[in-house]
Write a protein that binds this ligand. Structure first.
Ligand SMILES: Cc1cc2nc3c(=O)[nH]c(=O)nc-3n(C[C@H](O)[C@H](O)[C@H](O)COP(=O)(O)O)c2cc1C
Ligand SMILES: O=C(O)C(=O)c1ccccc1
Length: 346
């Protein structure tokens, strides 16, 4: 299968339709889901020629973690709905691609088991701060012990997004035999439901900073004023995301938000982004506009549903090859050489 959209079609054929809808869908009228991809199509690339750049090198280092390409695995929930091995298969594929996997707090395999299944994988842990901070701390300790190298704190979810198609399908909970294995304090008998709380504030970010030595990445920042506040609160990186259009509908496309956030951050910390990346050229556009790296959510799920670990490995390899090819055609030796002049709005 030559392209990500082939994996999406294969995943659609294989998944229970309600599960496909859960993975593919978004909030409200899915304005933001569509906008994320459409915004990349509206950006044009303006290559340079005769630069003698040679074959590009794709490696990046983020917060001390090395990745062989600037494409990370975004945190997504419920991988066992797509494949029986679930997050273990995803982690093995990420390790094979030598990239970073951000393990979701809503994973269906415990973070300890994900780490054990993929020795050598670089894992970061995604956290939804729970109002019970003692419980939050227990989960953070589990992630640290499992060897996760950064904490990705998702801040775009003071409440669950409303996804009409899930309501129509009656998709509310995981089937029998699957649970969110990271939602306990070390005693697997004590699994709790995820509590998304509108009471979470900057104070919680400060508490987390004091709680752990792991670098903190703030995921789901879209407003430049919040980017500046995040710097005041000492975060190690920002992660521009609208949750793939699954939280507040009608938020702009993330690639359109990037320039303002990058300007607000002024190079103080790395800026990651996700939303709508389906091609190597999308990666190149986002990085030209100032992203230090990008992440992919649904493409990984499509790989997992279509072909398990091999499917994810293939999706990541495809993106790697496409980024390399796009950089070559832009006349560049590295993603670090990307700059805004390579992108035009059309
Ligand atoms: C099925 C699904 C589950 C997700 N679960 C989580 C999650 O548990 N935590 C989180 O921070 N983001 C979650 N996200 C958002 C992703 O991390 C990411 O922001 C989004 O998928 C990026 O857009 P893309 O799918 O177009 O690449 C989820 C996204 C999808 C599609
Ligand atoms: O579906 C999601 O996008 C998501 O982030 C999530 C969060 C908690 C539990 C399950 C999924």
């Amino acid at each position: 299968m030559p392209a990500i959209r082939d994996f999406e079609a294969a995943a659609r054929d294989r998944l229970d339709p309600a599960h496909y809808d859960y993975f593919a869908g978004g909030a409200g009228d899915e304005v933001t889901v569509k906008a994320n991809e459409a915004a990349f199509a509206r950006l044009a690339l303006l290559p340079r020629v005769l630069r003698g750049a040679g074959s590009p090198r794709l490696g990046v280092t983020l917060l001390g973690s090395r990745a062989a390409m600037p494409v990370l695995v975004a945190p997504t929930a419920f991988h066992r709905l797509a494949d029986p091995e679930g997050e273990k298969a995803t982690a093995r594929a990420a390790a094979a691609a030598e990239t970073i996997m951000i393990v979701s707090m809503a994973a269906t395999v415990a973070v300890e088991d994900v780490a054990a299944a993929a020795p050598g994988a670089t894992l970061w842990f995604q956290l939804y701060v729970q109002p019970d901070m003692a419980f939050t701390e227990a989960v953070v300790r589990r992630a640290e012990k499992a060897g996760c190298a950064a904490l990705v704190v998702t801040v775009d979810s003071p409440a669950r997004g409303r996804r009409d198609q899930d309501v129509r399908n009656g998709f509310e909970d995981l089937p029998e035999g699957m649970r969110c294995e990271n939602l306990h304090d070390g005693d697997p008998e004590s699994v709790r439901p995820i509590d998304m709380s509108p009471a979470i504030s900057w104070e919680h970010v400060d508490l987390l900073r004091r709680m752990t030595r792991l670098p903190i990445v703030l995921k789901g920042v879209t407003h430049p004023a919040d980017a500046r506040l995040a710097l005041d609160h000492g975060v190690s990186a920002l992660y521009v995301s609208n949750h793939g259009g699954r939280q507040l509908d009608t938020v702009p496309a993330t690639v359109d938000l990037l320039p303002e956030i990058v300007a607000a951050v002024g190079g103080a910390v790395p800026v990651l982004m996700d939303g709508g990346i389906r091609r190597g050229t999308d990666v190149v556009k986002a990085m030209a506009l100032g992203a230090s790296a990008v992440a992919v959510g649904r493409p990984v799920i499509w790989g997992l549903a279509a072909g398990g670990e091999c499917g994810v490995a293939r999706v990541l390899e495809l993106l790697r090859d496409e980024v390399e090819h796009a950089l070559t055609l832009c006349g560049l030796a590295s993603p670090h050489d990307l700059e805004p002049g390579l992108v035009r709005r059309c």
